[in-house]
Design a protein around this ligand. Sequence first.
Ligand code: MLT
Length: 403
Amino acid sequence: MARLNENYLNVKESYLFVEIANRVSKFEKENPDKPVIRLGIGDVTRPLPPIVVKAMEEASADQGRADTFHGYGPEQGYLFLREAVQNYYKSFGASIGTDEIFISDGAKSDTGNITDLFAQDNIVLVPDPVYPVYVDTNTMDGRKLIYMSGNAENDFLPMPDPSVHADIIYLCSPNNPTGAVYSKEQLKEWVDYALANNAIILFDSAYESFISDPSLPRSIFVVEGARKCAIEFCSLSKTAGFTGTRCGYTVVPKELVFPAADGTEMSVNKMWLRRQCTKFNGASYIVQKGAEAVFTPEGLAACHENTEYYQENARIIAKTLDRYGIRYFGGTHSPYIWMECPGHMASWDFFDLLLNEVQVVGTPGEGFGENGKGYFRLTSFNTHENTQAAMDRLASLMEKHFK
Ligand code: MLT
């Protein structure tokens, strides 16, 4: 008899955003006359910049001609794209080698797949609230998780506790779901903690392009010592609107070397390359050509314009929350606004109220962990028109129930 991985019994039956999508589609089926506005999953709405589309059209044409056709590409990604990523990192002061960059189909896959490299008995430290992928993927492997509390008192930026030992630490900055951003000094404390514990930090920088204050770190690799203890995951999903196109990159420094039980030195970089060569055939050539165009001056300018568009939406949301005295976090260097549920409502109750009464979808904070109870996440990724309409609807709900 085949024996299944029973660790799956320990994860919720459906992934958070699938659960939300199911509830929304049930509502839509039952209420076809009530149009819903989505500020739930962090999915972009701006189309790809023209230069990116053109690059992918040309790459498609390449695939139709014998002399420019590309079959299997390098598992680590084409050098043209790794060089573009390397230069991008240089622009905010981080120096990384092209052989430390691994192109993939996105940060979600890589943050999950990286767990292949780690023994089961590592102690994994995650913030609470937390992006559910970090928790679910480790639970599927049967790894023990411990939590650090993000809360209003620490501005949802938990700091290391020297009395607690961890082997693997997940950090996400700007944070999903809270929008909080670590300063360089705070990240240095995490790097020092990781070095003291011989731990590895798995740093998710998927939202780095929303940072508008140049003093805030866009990569953990601007912090001294990080090359000895950190892996960074980034994605073009939010930077360049690639949620449907799919491309990301992971940086694994060569300094990450840990001894095996018999003393053999194991290089994390070499292991990740080995893992990718075995289990992954690389992102598609066409997508990688589109991604390369993102990093041109024209591509970056167009992406920046889109980010500013979303930041305006965050301001629209913040204005309404301010009007009703609702406390919130994030929204400045992040597409996420992390608000307190009005009237001390439970977050799923607020989700239902908002959906049923005014047809606005957000994400219940509880879906991100215990500390998300009583909180609600809104995204700024919709259009100006829909964001304003959603806020008008929220205002009418506030007038009706919370005055
Ligand atoms: C989110 O809404 O938290 C994100 O879109 C999830 C993701 O990027 O996978």
